[in-house]
Design a protein around this ligand. Structure first.
Ligand SMILES: Cc1cc2nc3c(=O)[nH]c(=O)nc-3n(C[C@H](O)[C@H](O)[C@H](O)COP(=O)(O)O)c2cc1C
Ligand SMILES: CC(C)CC(=O)C(=O)O
Length: 414
């Protein structure tokens, strides 16, 4: 493993023992109770579940409907096996690459997620600091529903920041956030196209999910943030908010108008088919994120890893293709890269890390994925990202989920 500046999230390092933001368990890390650093992403999920209020845990964890797409995202990785090559001199594995022209330490990024302050007080500031750690310096896609200001994030970030947009009815508000992000040095815009309305997320409905006081969409003015704090049994405040403020009429003809307003590259997030990918590439879009929103939108939608090959083929090199959904292990990253993803974005695990240990927890999750990817590249005999291709992969039989308590697939359901 290379030195990537990782701190033990819990450990015997005296520096971590005195930092309350780092200690995952107040009793841990002492001589009497030496707690190990989490060894898997799933172990961070277990810590997060123990720490978060149930309604928040279920908001983060949940998917739409029967959550079949959440499970499909993971199952797709279990169906692919690796074909390692030997005698390949793996004494040095190089994970560095570029994304949209920026140098990054690993082919990873943080998917846009609303309201990181649900997971820890520092919210997105902790996230961007973790993403900027030495050895990482990976992009963070900041949600338009971030709970910290773009300017605060830009002041703390050392990796690239991209801004995710929902197509608000209020185009004047959209124009303002784009201008502010440009002024703060953001490097790209990511328009989410899979959310004309929110998916039916049963866990949110069951818990009457609403934002706790003090957590707000910090970059939006009050005219577009109604409903978020209002509890109604059997209903999600976020879904009511989306119904009121996200414009479902978004169509291809709107993309030009958005591009006219900015000099930043524009990516589309939520593309799952060759047809849409070819159309986007034909319009000169700057990147595509193959995503089903972590299974939170259309229940039954295809797994992102399964959709990736047709999107890559349709784009045919005209723009980079990224992927998110279900990345939980370094080998998952390797499989997506082998199928043509330029880099992958990580969603829920980052919030698990934040909930488990703030900035250090998020950094722990990201560094773990980076280190696992490096291990996998070495053991597969592929020391460079350029050497990755579909010949690395073989089909099934699907491996069953790990029965261990650490497997994120097996965290408690609704
Ligand atoms: C709690 C939560 C909030 C999210 N908020 C947004 C958002 O504001 N905008 C967006 O485009 N996607 C959002 N997503 C979807 C993620 O960007 C991403 O597509 C998904 O989480 C990837 O799957 P994974 O969680 O399995 O890694 C959110 C996902 C979660 C779990
Ligand atoms: C506030 C929501 C619209 C954010 C989101 O996209 C999600 O929860 O998946």
């Amino acid at each position: 493993m290379t030195d990537t500046g990782t701190d033990s999230v819990v450990g015997t390092d005296p520096a971590t023992e005195t930092d309350p933001a780092i200690a995952i368990d107040p009793a841990a890390g002492t001589d009497a109770d030496p707690a190990p650093r989490p060894l898997t992403v799933g172990a961070y999920a277990a810590l997060a579940e123990d720490r978060l209020p149930p309604a928040t845990w279920h908001y983060i964890q949940g998917g739409a409907g029967t959550e079949s797409t959440v499970r499909a995202n993971r199952a797709a990785y279990r169906r692919l096996r690796l074909r390692p090559r030997v005698l390949a001199d793996v004494s040095r594995c190089d994970l560095s690459t570029t994304v949209l022209g920026d140098a990054v330490g690993a082919p990873l990024g943080i998917a846009p997620m609303a309201y990181h302050q649900l997971a820890c007080d520092e919210g997105e500031v902790a996230t961007v600091r973790a993403a900027g750690a030495p050895g990482l310096r990976i992009p963070t896609v900041v949600s338009i529903f971030a709970s910290r200001t773009f300017e605060d994030l830009a002041a703390q970030a050392t990796g690239p920041l991209w801004l995710q947009l929902y197509w608000l009815h209020r185009r004047d508000v959209l124009r303002t956030v784009v201008r502010r992000a440009e002024a703060a040095g953001f490097r790209a815009l990511v328009l989410t196209v899979d959310t004309p309305r929110l998916g039916r997320r049963l866990r949110e409905l069951r818990h009457g999910f609403h934002l706790p006081p003090g957590i707000v969409a910090r970059n939006l003015d009050g005219e577009v943030t109604g409903f978020l704090h209002d509890r109604q049994d059997g209903s999600s405040a976020l879904a009511r908010h989306a119904d009121a403020f996200i414009d479902p009429s978004l169509s291809w003809s709107d993309l030009d108008r958005l591009r006219e307003q900015t000099r930043l590259p524009l990516l589309l997030k939520g593309v799952l088919t060759a047809e849409d990918a070819a159309r986007a590439a034909g319009l000169g879009i700057d990147g595509i994120v193959v995503s089903n929103h972590g299974g939170r939108q259309l229940d039954g939608a295809v797994a992102t890893l399964d959709a990736l090959p047709e999107v890559v083929a349709a784009v045919d090199g005209r723009c980079p293709v990224f992927l998110d959904g279900g990345i939980r292990h370094g080998t998952d990253v390797l499989k997506a890269l082998a199928l043509g993803a330029r880099a992958v974005f990580v969603g829920r695990p980052v919030l698990w890390g934040l909930a488990a240990g703030g900035e250090a927890g998020a950094r722990g999750v990201l560094t773990l994925l980076r280190d696992e990817l490096e291990d996998a590249m070495a053991l597969a005999g592929r020391p460079s990202l350029a050497a990755l291709g579909p010949e690395l992969l073989a089909r099934g039989p699907a491996a069953a989920p790990n029965e261990s308590y650490e497997d994120p697939d097996l965290r408690k359901g609704p």
